[in-house]
Design a protein around this ligand. Structure first.
Ligand SMILES: Cc1ncc(COP(=O)(O)O)c(C=O)c1O
Length: 357
């Protein structure tokens, strides 16, 4: 009999079937939410900061999808902060010129405290990234980048980083393991804001680290135990519940994105469309600069003017309104997270807002 963790199953099937309690009579199909600060002595978990069965179920599914060992963290930034804690004092870190501003803010904080040297590069320039990796301890990639949606050659960069003795870290939030598996391409660590597509319903803040090797896994586990950036069990339960439908959500959102991108390219108010050719994110640069973009985001009705992304509902925002957003992001750039609504309704609302701007 095939088991739920049969490795021959494809990822969409494993998303549904993995991480479930043993199929015993009257056992629940879903791993329940375990609210526990402590456990009866004598086992491995011992205490609520060290482990939780609901975390285990989520980590099993994400680990299987990414081909590594996953650990849930309180948020995406708790996950990236844990990974950056691997750096020894004085280490050089290669990072994208444009990436999620919170991750870059974490790195700038370390740089300003004199803890690391920060080398920011254009991640689409593989030779430049490889050159910057010489003498570095870590190459941090986000691909596609937030919000410029640039794509890095993960395999080539991971190989160059390994040759230079640097760890490669990939923020896989935008692609998800259904579209891109950095560990298979040679990266050492994947980080996720599980707040986004993995959870998918804009009701959870959660992060994860997925390690390829046991040593990194052990260090991340030790960091979580000691520093305590642990998720609540309810958040993890909701994230796993959301992940069960990731493949169908992403399929629909991707199809919607491709169609909207096709139409946006022909809209006179749109000066540039950014789309990596896959995924459910696109960005547009509109006529009229920051003011033009602000008018568009203020004129939508069905689209939700809000930060964050990856939910079933379509959201959009002008990224440069955030004070620490990189100046490599155009003032007029509107980042769009495409949901699973009917694409005709999405287009009608967006075109109305663009026409009015
Ligand atoms: C690509 C990316 N990485 C990391 C994060 C941080 O995740 P969180 O908000 O869950 O801390 C975000 C949040 O927007 C993100 O977009």
């Amino acid at each position: 009999m095939a088991t739920t963790d049969d490795p021959s199953y494809t990822r969409p099937t494993r998303l549904v079937a993995a991480g479930r309690p043993p199929a015993l009579p009257d056992a629940p199909l879903n791993e329940p939410v375990t609210f526990a600060s402590t456990y009866h002595a004598g086992g491995d978990r011992a205490y609520g900061r060290y482990g939780n069965p609901t975390w285990d179920a989520f980590e099993t599914v994400l680990g299987e999808l990414e081909e590594g060992r996953a650990l849930a963290f309180a948020s995406g930034l708790a996950a990236s902060g844990a990974v950056l804690s691997l750096l020894p004092d004085g280490a050089a870190v290669v990072a994208p010129a444009t990436a999620y501003l919170g991750v870059l803010d974490q790195m700038r904080e370390l740089r300003d405290a004199g803890r690391i040297e920060l080398r920011q590069v254009d991640v689409t320039d593989t030779a430049a990234v490889a050159e910057a990796a010489e003498g570095a301890a870590m190459v941090w990639l986000e691909s596609p980048t937030n919000p410029n949606l640039e794509v890095a050659d993960l395999a080539a960069i991971a190989a160059a980083a390994r040759a230079a003795g640097a760890l490669t870290v990939v923020d896989n939030t935008f692609a998800t393991p259904l579209l891109q598996r950095p560990l298979e391409l040679g990266a050492d660590i994947v980080v996720h804001s599980a707040t986004k597509l993995l959870s998918g319903h804009s009701d959870v803040v959660l992060g994860a680290v997925v390690a390829r090797g046991d040593e990194v896994f052990a260090r991340m586990d030790a960091h979580r135990r000691l520093h305590g950036a642990i998720p609540g069990p309810m958040e993890v339960y909701l994230a796993l519940r959301g992940m069960r439908t990731l493949s169908v959500r992403l399929e629909r959102a991707q199809a919607n994105t491709a169609e909207l991108v096709r139409r946006l390219r022909d809209h006179p108010a749109v000066e540039r469309v950014r789309h990596p050719g896959f995924g459910a994110m696109c960005s547009i640069e509109v006529a009229g600069g920051a003011a033009g973009a602000d008018r568009v985001v203020g004129a939508v009705g069905l689209w939700v003017h809000a930060t964050s992304l990856g939910g079933v509902e379509s959201t959009l925002e002008r990224r440069r309104h955030w004070p620490t957003e990189s100046d490599t992001v155009a003032e007029s750039l509107i980042r769009m997270s495409v949901g699973i609504e009917d694409v005709e309704d999405l287009w009608a609302d967006l075109a109305r807002a663009l026409d009015a701007a």
